[in-house]
Design a protein around this ligand. Structure first.
Ligand SMILES: Cc1cc2nc3c(=O)[nH]c(=O)nc-3n(C[C@H](O)[C@H](O)[C@H](O)COP(=O)(O)O)c2cc1C
Length: 328
């Protein structure tokens, strides 16, 4: 009998397959189906700091009226902010009532301002953990890498002061010293690091010579970036690693577990194939485990990671030399 149960950030999961944060996890009906189809946990749609600021700005269409700031304005500002938060807290409460798998809330931070204190309300609403979705694009030519990295530590410090539930950081791969950065993050009390978020990216429509958007959903080929970094970092940092991006099927989950992921998030595949895909993913995982005489998730044990695998150097190869790539 195959046992898919495992732990991630100290949470008990019945499967290592977690639903990544997206519009799919905003509906209670979807959450119920995800649980019924074997999800290990769900990450709710992010509460966006920028969205909250936008709502506030919408109320203050006269924002630029210098000197017009009154106590009443303060009240309205607070109201707009609190309203956005209340909606989110309701989602958490309803989710906790509707399903029994762990509910991970998510906030998107672009600054370490006082609004991070919302984390306390999120904990009180019953979230089992909080994922911080942080990404500030390092586009300022005058800013050092260390300035950008400091922001992550500042946000984490602020949020940590507010809550005792486990905190995960969901980051991008855009760091000049990624391995060292993740190691330092892992020392700061974060219980999980999600590698990597996948963002809205700009593209150019050459017919209209206009900016357009790149594909919203990932393809299975995109798994290789997170696979490389999960493989390189597993067992070498003091936190659980969760893989995200490009996992579309059970084979993808197997790869990430072999590379050393404690859990794996899926998103695009559910948009493309429907929530039934969860069932397919868990079945493929079980079939692979049966075929390879694995009875439990801990049997994977990051067996093919840089730290434990037989060919660790493979994770560090980057050039298309004929010897490795078979073509030049
Ligand atoms: C439509 C859509 C909405 C998303 N919204 C969020 C979000 O609110 N917060 C977040 O952290 N990630 C969000 N993501 C990113 C996903 O959680 C995931 O990290 C990314 O899509 C890569 O995983 P995948 O290859 O399985 O799709 C979103 C992705 C999509 C496609």
């Amino acid at each position: 009998m195959i046992d898919l149960s495992t732990t991630y950030m100290g949470l008990s999961l019945r499967s290592p397959v977690i639903i990544g944060s997206s519009g799919l996890t905003r509906s209670i009906d979807n959450l119920k189906q995800m649980e019924a189809k074997g999800a290990g946990a769900v990450v709710l749609k992010s509460l966006f700091e920028e969205q909250i600021k936008y709502e506030v700005r919408k109320v203050f269409s006269y924002d630029d009226m210098v000197g017009a700031y009154t106590e009443a304005d303060d009240y309205i500002r607070n109201y707009a902010r609190t309203h956005a938060l209340d909606e989110y807290l309701n989602l958490i409460r309803e989710a906790k009532k509707a399903i029994s798998i762990p509910v991970i809330a998510s906030i998107n931070c672009v600054s370490a301002e006082e609004w991070t204190s919302f984390a306390k309300n999120i904990q009180q609403a019953g979230a089992d953990a909080l994922e911080l979705n942080i990404f500030v694009i390092p586009s300022d030519v005058d800013k050092e890498a260390a300035d950008y990295e400091k922001l992550y530590f500042d946000i984490l410090e602020k949020v940590k002061k507010e809550i005792s539930i486990p905190i995960a950081l969901k980051i991008s791969s855009h760091f000049s010293g990624l391995a060292n950065f993740v190691k330092k993050l892992s020392w700061s009390g974060v219980k999980g690091i999600v590698l990597f978020n996948r963002f809205f990216n700009p593209d150019i429509d050459i017919e209209k010579q206009r900016m357009s958007a790149s594909s919203i959903y990932s393809t299975p080929d995109e798994i290789t970036i997170s696979l490389r970094w999960i493989g390189i970092l597993a067992g070498r940092v003091q936190t659980d690693l969760c893989a995200s991006t490009g996992v579309h099927d059970g084979k993808g989950v197997v790869k990430q577990l072999l590379a050393g992921a404690k859990a794996v998030q899926v998103c695009s595949t559910l948009y493309k194939n429907g929530l039934e895909q969860l069932d397919v993913i868990n079945k493929e995982l079980i079939q692979w485990m049966e075929k390879n005489n694995y009875s439990k998730i801990s049997d994977f044990d990051g067996k093919m990671s840089f730290k434990k695998g037989e060919s660790p150097a493979a994770f560090q190869r980057v050039q298309f030399m004929k010897h490795f790539a078979g073509i030049d």
